[in-house]
Design a binder for this molecule. Structure first.
Ligand SMILES: Nc1ncnc2c1ncn2[C@@H]1O[C@H](COP(=O)(O)OP(=O)(O)OP(=O)(O)O)[C@@H](O)[C@H]1O
Ligand SMILES: [Mg+2]
Length: 265
């Protein structure tokens, strides 16, 4: 408790000196939160991280700037609208949702005034734990049923990113995602971790009704399209549906083989 008090006092002094907005004060104080410090650290293998294209963790690949731009845009939208959660989906499988979700989270790790929680809610083909090399991933089914707490399922990367993988597929995914128990579990997670950003890695939209079932629980949605694979018809259908049922942030065009020429800076 003393540490929290000290952090709060320090943040207050900084805000008075630098005239930070009120929100930044809560960010700075919360980084020292006891719940966050109690999370087990994420021990990711750097080789696996590089092989799995998680480029924002190390900044070794210049393409990380694309994710940093995405991060800043998302963050601005969330802050402007007082939103917290963003879901990531795609029309069909394999467009790069999990990769975008993880790279966005690791890019947000460098935003020290912001705490991010990423949850694998692809209950059909969970991949977050696999991409990170987490061997003993928790069960999201147990978590969403309210049978485990945030501290048991999230791993901490750095000081301000918490990631929850999912051990195994779930049989009745849509039913679970729209259950009152799941809504309550996610609310409790937000109360405990007090994240500024929650990223949900979801399954593809056109394959089943999981995304539709979960949309009422999110503030906004990003659609990931795969260049040369996602069709205009698919994107149009998904965009209409998302715009009707949620706040549609936009489309991330992934897997582009051709990128605009660099400006040299
Ligand atoms: N920008 C990219 N460049 C090259 N390969 C990519 C890119 N994005 C994703 N991939 C590859 O495409 C495959 C699918 O990526 P990912 O698992 O992130 O997609 P997904 O949409 O989450 O898939 P699923 O629908 O199965 O959940 C992976 O092998 C990944 O490495
Ligand atoms: Mg995925």
């Amino acid at each position: 408790m003393e540490r929290i008090q000290a952090a709060l006092q320090k943040a207050k002094q900084q805000s008075e000196t630098h005239n930070f907005p009120e929100r930044a004060v809560s960010f700075a104080a919360a980084i020292k939160d006891e719940v966050w410090t109690s999370l087990k650290p994420l021990k990711a293998d750097p080789r696996q991280i590089a092989a799995n294209r998680l480029i924002t963790m190390t900044h070794s690949d210049p393409a990380h700037t694309h994710f940093d731009i995405l991060r800043t845009r998302v963050l601005q939208q969330l802050r402007q609208n007082d939103w917290t959660s963003v879901a990531i989906t795609s029309p069909t499988p394999g467009c790069g949702k999990t990769l975008v979700a993880l790279n966005l989270a690791f890019s947000l790790a460098n935003q020290k005034d912001c705490r991010t929680a990423l949850i694998d809610l692809d209950m059909r083909r969970p991949q977050v734990a696999k991409l990170l090399g987490i061997r003993e991933a928790p069960s999201m089914e147990t978590f969403l049923k309210g049978q485990s707490e945030a501290e048991e399922v999230f791993l901490r990367h750095g000081e301000n990113v918490a990631i929850a993988g999912n051990r195994a597929p779930v049989q009745f995914a849509a039913e679970l995602l729209q259950s009152p128990a799941a809504t309550a579990a996610l609310k409790r997670m937000k109360q405990r971790l007090k994240p500024d950003v929650v990223i949900y890695d979801l399954p593809p939209m056109l394959a089943n009704d999981d995304v539709m079932a979960f949309l009422p629980s999110v503030d906004c949605v990003i659609l990931v399209a795969a260049a040369e694979a996602s069709t205009f018809g698919e994107l149009d259908a998904c965009e209409r549906e998302l715009a009707e049922r949620s706040n549609f942030l936009g489309i991330v065009l992934n897997k582009c083989r051709y990128v605009p020429e660099k400006y040299g800076y």
